[in-house]
Design a protein around this ligand. Structure first.
Ligand SMILES: *Cc1c(COP(=O)(O)O)cnc(C)c1O
Length: 378
């Protein structure tokens, strides 16, 4: 048996037995688009559950106890069979809550899976994908994997978007809009999105990962326009980031096309049961949402008081930019104190700190620490 060489590959020998000369052989195996791209870098996930984790917009509260009960019931029944490929149990319950028939809903292994399915369904290599900037970083990664061209439309300084965002163009195949947006937490009014949907001749994806924390959403537009698709996640508002469940609401002819693209069993039996139990517990949802909105108001007010510019957030995080303090240093000092926030730098726009709404106690510790850091001087 050959000894294990610790993944060392610099001496790979081709079939002809020659050492690879210029480019290593493996580079020829990989599609050029993949070689050229960086890959999505998710927020840090420390193993230590004691850090105050305010960097990836998770819910600070545990999910509804009904989730564990439902998951345990599936475990008792057994995992030897494949799950329902369409997660019908979930679609029926979600459809009832949102006012759609189940065939308007397609489920995914987190809403990131849904965004992948959407990209693969609508965009061929060479097509153009438009999205707003600064926004969710995954859209660029999905475009790169697909070999699509990226068209960034910059937000205005007040986080509104110009008419350019809804302008049709020949090769445009898909438009992504996170609404509420990340990192700003701000919302584009549904009426404005409706005017874009009217003009565009391609799907516009309204990524509503944070809409449960907002005053408005675009579900009505899905009924009115065959090119509006709304994507939802259970990761944030239902405290189930670890379970992986998301879905898209769209008109059935598009759902049927996306069905062909998804993996047959993209949602596992535990996730389907847990997600269905989660959306069925309305009391947990209402109480948790109310707590997060109250804490968001405190966070916004205190950060503004410390001199940060904080756009009005309708999500479970705020975007914080200080006119003088370097964001990266504040991030690092917080990390030394066991508090993790997200430092984000958007070339051509600037940097800042995105702070997830934790519990009142976590937010108090975070903002108190920022106050101290300012007093110590950076
Ligand atoms: C968190 C997030 C998602 C992904 O959510 P998952 O369901 O966990 O995959 C999608 N879009 C935006 C804008 C997000 O912030």
């Amino acid at each position: 048996m050959l000894p294990y060489r610790g993944g060392q590959v610099d001496e790979v020998v081709g079939c002809a037995g020659e050492l690879a000369q210029t480019a290593p052989a493996w580079k020829q195996y990989v599609r050029p688009e993949i070689l050229a791209m960086e890959g999505y870098v998710p927020g840090e996930q420390p193993r230590d559950w004691n850090v105050i984790k305010l960097n990836t917009n998770e819910n600070p509260y545990p999910p509804s106890p009904a989730v564990a009960e439902a998951v345990e019931a599936v475990l008792r029944r057994g995992l030897q069979r494949y799950p329902d490929p369409l997660a019908t149990e979930f679609r029926e319950k979600a459809g009832e809550l949102l006012g759609f028939p189940p065939d308007w809903i397609l489920c995914g292994n987190g809403s990131d899976d849904i965004l992948t399915i959407i990209t693969r369904t609508f965009v061929a290599s060479g097509g153009v994908i438009r999205f707003a900037y600064p926004g969710y970083l995954l859209y660029a990664t999905l475009a790169e994997i697909q070999g699509a061209e990226i068209e960034r439309v910059f937000f205005r300084p007040d986080w509104s978007l110009g008419a350019d965002f809804g302008r049709p163009s020949a090769r445009l195949r898909l438009v992504f809009l996170a609404n509420p947006n990340s990192p700003s937490g701000t919302v584009i009014p549904p009426a404005e999105i409706a005017t874009w949907a009217c003009q565009l001749r391609c799907p516009i994806i309204v990524d509503e990962a944070y809409a449960d924390f907002a005053d408005s959403n675009c579900l009505d537009l899905v009924r009115q326009f065959d090119n509006v698709l709304v994507v939802r996640s259970l990761s944030k508002s239902y405290a189930l980031a670890g379970l992986r469940f998301g879905f898209v609401v769209a008109q059935p002819h598009l759902i049927n096309q996306m069905r062909k693209v998804k993996d047959s069993y993209n949602c596992d039996a535990l996730a389907i049961a847990g997600a269905t139990a989660a959306i069925s517990d309305r009391r947990w949802f209402d109480e948790t949402r109310a707590k997060i909105l109250a804490t968001r108001a405190i966070l916004t007010q205190r950060m503004r008081h410390l001199g940060f510019d904080v756009p009005p957030s309708q999500a479970n995080f705020t975007w914080n930019v200080h006119p003088e303090l370097p964001a990266r240093i504040v991030y690092e000092r917080l990390k030394q104190r066991g508090i993790l926030v997200r430092y984000m730098n958007f070339p051509g726009w600037g940097d800042g700190l995105r702070i997830s709404v934790g519990t009142d106690e976590q937010i108090k510790q975070c903002v108190d620490s920022i106050e101290q850091i300012i007093r110590e001087g950076v």
